[in-house]
Structures are given as structure tokens and as C-alpha cells.
Design a protein around this ligand. Structure first.
Ligand code: PEP
Ligand code: CO
Length: 455
């Protein structure tokens, strides 16, 4: 392989971090000053990596266990992270609900839960329309804080490359805190009861969680009394990985580095990155970029995906059939998954491709409530996951995980749950910058519903 884009003997251009350039890339901002963008990315390319290649390899090894049915994947976090109100409490609360959900899933399935956040880099959004028009004024759509800002003015909506640097800096400090929390005692299993936040603990699902936590406490005390030391790193620390949609390829390219141990290329902006439903074209820039990096890669698979599309993605992104390399994230909609998923499962299974299958039960179930709020109902979310499990049972394949949008906070963005959020409640605490997220209670509720499917 050449690293400068020169021709190989076969005549094809060899992969390099910029080889996506020149290929069609959908959902890209119309940067007003491309020279400024390139200058900014040149600066980014000299900054330290956010994650290390060895960490991405560890995640890949864990995902390989998911691919073979020995572990379950929980990928969760914001639809879009925000530069506003960035603070430690919000990060802690998100981590807390993910740890709670993982405990529920592990306890009922008896297999480890691999924890991956949509966090520390989830700042760029593809939008159905390039522009938004309000009262006759047309401006670029909001594309995430990595690109522009939400309030409707031409200043805010102008794509600004300086935001790439701010995204990098916020990712770095988020990762720093996550590492501190997960390795410094917060994630200790002895604190399983303390992860139950006040507003969650007071609800039926929080009570159910508390009962489960008490069982874990008793088991830990029993082990200690029986002389079995619980002094293992697995008890005191958690492995937690980061991921985001790799939409803005100039940013991803700038953070792509060659690993000194293996000479392989890694996108060091996150442990795992994924390709969105709108940018998964086989001849497009996003697939090309992901082909050459060694990180674990996700790819969304929506209701229009054919078996040929999916086999093409497997061949392009994981030609060596390396377990853990590729996660297919299915987001069909509760009313479509039962019909559309089985042919995909059968095709991938019969072609003997090794993939992790995860269910994103959020993005195919969005609708607009009477109040105008974009929302999702927890019942539709649960229906999609249970149909996903049923299709796997039928195909003899492993329903490897779930991919969800949530926050640890007590927001009212999605409907339903044991402590019902109703249409009239949506306006109370609707805080998302993009898609509606499950709140902490609904997240724990979903984990219990999934754990019943896993039993
Ligand atoms: C998302 O995950 O926020 C997203 C935009 O999803 P999709 O690509 O599946 O539409
Ligand atoms: Co979303």
C-alpha cells in the first residue's frame, strides 16, 4: 500500500486518509471558506489523538465476543451533544444510566455488556433538508455544534470551522472525565445502588432496579464472607468506549493516525465510528474513508436496505470477515422490521459474514406530536426491539445489542414508560437539540424490557 495516494500496480488508487476526497459525500456543510476549513484541519492533525489504537483494538475484541453470541452491546447517548451547558453533571448522569442499564442487561442475560457511548464526539448531524425556511427567510439547516448553531439567524447558521476545534476540545475533556469516573471508583459494582438517581429511584422501574441492586450487593457480600476476594479490576472499574457518526470527513481525516505498533491507520477521534443511514452509499466518500481505518465500524441499515446492499457493505467494510470489525445497526421502524429484517439476516448468515447485529429502535419510530414536538413512544421502541429479537431467533443468529438515544436527565421528550410521559407533558422539559431522547427512567425501563427478551 502506498500512503500518498499513488497508483498501485493493479491500477486502483490505494487507500489513504484523504482517499475519500473526490468521491460523492452526502450531507456535507456548504463551508463558506474552504481554505479556512483546510487550515483548521491542518491544525487539528497536529493535536494529540483522543483515543489510542490499542483501545480501539480492545473494543474490537469485545465486539468479536458479541458477534459470536458471548456478549451484548449497549450503545447509548445523545442524538447530538451540545456545546451549551457542557458540564460534569450531565456527563455523570448519562454514564450513570448507561451503567444501570448495563447491570440490568448483564444480570438477566448472564453475558457481559459492552458499553459504548454516543458521546465525546457526537456533534454532527445529517438533516433531511439542507435549508430551513421560517417566515420567508431561508438559512442552512442546523447540522450539529461541530458545524453551526441552532438559533435561527444567518450568523448562527453559517458553517464555522472553528467549531471543529471546539468539538475536539469538548471531546477531550469529556473523555478525560469518563476515564476518571470509570476507572476512579464511580463505576465500582459496590456502588450499584448509588447509581439509582432520585427521580429514577422513586419510580416503579427504579424500585425494580433497586431490588436487583440489593441482590448484587448480597452476592458481593457473600463472596467476601466466603473468602472469595471481590478485589478484581472487573468489580472496581468499567470499560467504557466512545463513538459517533463520522459525518464530517475532514475532521475524521485530521484525527486519523498511523499506529506505531502495527503501522495500521486508526481514526483516533473515537474508539468506534459509524456510517449513517443517509451516507452508506457503496461508492461514496464515507464508506471509502471507513474502509481503510482499523477501528470497529458501525453502519446504519434502514428499511430500504436490500440484501445486496448489506452484503456489499459487508464486503466493502469487512472483506476479511474479521469478527468485531463491523456492527450493522438496524433502524427499520416497529411496523417494518418483521418483514424487512429476515432477508438481511439470512443473506449475511448464508454468506458467512461475521457481524454484530444491533437494534436502533429510535430512528424508525419518530413522529410529530399534536403539540409539534418530534417524539417517539417507548412502546414502539420496545416493539421494534422485540421484533428484532424474534427475527434473530427465527434465523438462528444472535441479537447482539441495542443502540439508543438517551440522557440521564429527567426530560420529557419521548412518550410512555411506567411513569407515563403523555403528549401534554412534552413541553415541560423538552431539551434536545435534535432527536427526542429517553430519560433516565425510560432508559432503565427499556433495559428491563430487553432483559426479558434476553432471558
Ligand atoms: C442518528 O443516529 O442520530 C441518525 C441520524 O441516525 P440514522 O443515520 O439512522 O438516521
Ligand atoms: Co438521532
Amino acid at each position: 500500500m502506498t500512503t500518498d495516494g499513488s497508483q498501485t500496480t493493479a491500477g486502483a488508487t490505494a487507500w489513504h486518509p484523504a482517499s475519500w476526497r473526490g468521491l460523492p459525500a452526502k450531507h456535507q456543510p456548504a463551508w463558506p471558506d474552504v481554505a479556512e476549513l483546510e487550515r483548521t484541519c491542518k491544525g487539528l492533525s497536529t493535536l494529540p489523538p483522543l483515543v489510542f489504537a490499542g483501545e480501539a483494538r480492545s473494543l474490537k475484541a469485545e465486539l468479536a465476543r458479541v458477534a459470536s453470541g458471548e456478549a451484548f452491546l449497549l450503545q447509548a447517548g445523545d442524538c447530538a451533544e451540545s456545546f451549551d451547558g457542557f458540564n460534569a453533571v450531565a456527563i455523570r448522569e448519562k454514564l450513570r444510566v448507561i451503567l444501570q442499564m448495563a447491570v440490568v442487561l448483564t444480570y438477566s442475560s448472564g453475558v457481559p455488556t459492552v458499553k459504548v457511548g454516543r458521546i465525546a464526539g457526537q456533534f454532527a448531524k445529517p438533516r433531511s433538508s439542507q435549508t430551513e425556511t421560517i417566515d420567508g427567510t431561508e438559512l442552512p439547516s442546523f447540522l450539529g455544534h461541530m458545524v453551526n448553531d441552532l438559533p435561527f439567524s444567518s450568523d448562527n447558521r453559517r458553517p464555522n470551522p472553528e467549531r471543529l476545534i471546539q468539538a475536539y476540545n469538548q471531546s477531550a475533556s469529556t473523555l478525560n472525565l469518563l476515564r476518571a469516573f470509570t476507572k476512579g471508583g464511580f463505576a465500582d459494582l459496590h456502588r450499584v445502588q448509588a447509581w439509582n438517581q432520585e427521580f429514577v429511584a422513586s419510580s416503579p422501574e427504579g424500585q425494580r432496579y433497586s431490588d436487583l441492586a440489593a441482590e448484587i450487593d448480597r452476592a458481593l457480600r457473600f463472596m467476601e464472607a466466603a473468602g472469595v476476594s471481590s478485589n478484581h479490576p472487573e468489580i472496581h472499574e468499567a470499560d467504557f468506549y466512545t463513538s459517533h457518526e463520522a459525518l464530517i470527513l475532514e475532521y475524521e481525516e485530521a484525527l486519523t493516525r498511523q499506529d506505531s505498533l502495527t503501522d495500521d491507520w486508526y481514526d483516533c477521534s473515537a474508539h468506534m465510528i459509524w456510517i449513517g443511514e443517509r451516507t452508506r452509499q457503496l461508492d461514496g466518500a464515507h464508506v471509502e474513508f471507513c474502509k481503510g481505518i482499523k477501528n470497529p465500524i458501525g453502519c446504519k441499515v434502514g428499511p430500504t436496505a436490500t440484501p445486496e446492499d448489506v452484503l456489499g457493505l459487508c464486503e466493502a467494510l469487512n472483506p476479511d470477515r474479521d469478527p468485531g470489525r463491523l456492527t450493522l445497526i438496524v433502524r427499520m421502524g416497529a411496523d417494518k422490521v418483521a418483514d424487512n429484517l429476515p432477508p438481511l439476516l439470512e443473506a449475511v448468515r448464508d454468506a458467512e459474514h461475521s457481524v454484530v447485529w444491533a437494534s436502533d429502535p429510535m430512528h424508525g419510530n419518530t413522529f410529530t406530536a399534536e403539540s409539534g414536538h418530534k417524539t417517539r413512544h417507548l412502546d414502539d421502541v420496545t416493539t421494534e426491539v422485540s421484533q428484532f429479537f424474534a427475527a434473530h431467533r427465527e434465523a438462528g443468529t444472535w441479537p447482539g445489542g441495542i443502540h439508543v438515544e438517551l440522557t440521564g436527565e429527567d426530560v420529557t421528550e419521548c412518550l410512555g414508560g411506567e411513569e407515563e410521559v403523555a403528549q401534554g407533558d412534552l413541553a415541560k422539559r423538552y431539551e434536545t437539540m435534535c432527536d427526542p431522547r429517553l430519560n433516565g427512567r425510560q432508559g432503565v425501563d427499556l433495559a428491563f424490557r430487553v432483559s426479558e427478551l434476553l432471558r
